[in-house]
Ligand binder design. Structure first.
Ligand SMILES: [Zn+2]
Ligand SMILES: [Zn+2]
Ligand SMILES: [Zn+2]
Length: 143
């Protein structure tokens, strides 16, 4: 994803595109799995941890990213695919491998139709399945 596209995506979410924000967005867009603050820090060497955290917090407030707790209770972030405000209808189930400690997106298993009572509003939503990923299962059980 190029910087112009990121700029316009951020603007549509109501976020002013600064150099740091574009960098963090680009890092997340280049991954095929959700990332924790520590993951992003290890990939994004030009920014310190607190700057990355500030950007992620702002992104979360503006629905630029979705966040969920992985199997260790650590927040993982991934880009929201909806334009503008998001009502979490694009959320999906995640899988956390207890062996290699990676998070996977199960894009085909959606979490929609969660009907909250009148007056309630969701900010985040987690559905994490824990276990062993296919790779680890093969390795650990000689399958
Ligand atoms: Zn979304
Ligand atoms: Zn694994
Ligand atoms: Zn995901």
């Amino acid at each position: 994803m190029n910087s112009e596209e990121i700029t316009s995506r951020l603007e549509r979410k109501g976020v002013k595109p600064t150099a740091n924000r574009i960098l963090v967005y680009k890092t997340l867009a280049g991954l095929d799995h959700p990332a924790s603050l520590a993951d992003i820090e290890s990939l994004q060497l030009s920014m310190d941890k607190s700057s990355i955290f500030r950007v992620l917090t702002l992104f979360h407030e503006h629905d630029v990213v979705h966040a969920f707790e992985d199997g260790r209770g650590i927040l993982n972030y991934e880009l929201c695919l909806s334009e503008g405000a998001c009502n979490m209808n694009d959320s999906h189930v995640h899988f956390y491998c207890e062996s290699c400690q990676r998070s996977f997106c199960l894009d085909n298993i959606h979490i929609h139709d969660i009907k909250l009572p009148e007056g309630f509003h969701a900010h985040s939503l987690s559905f994490v399945v824990k276990g062993e990923c296919a790779e680890c299962r093969k390795k650990n059980h000689n399958l």
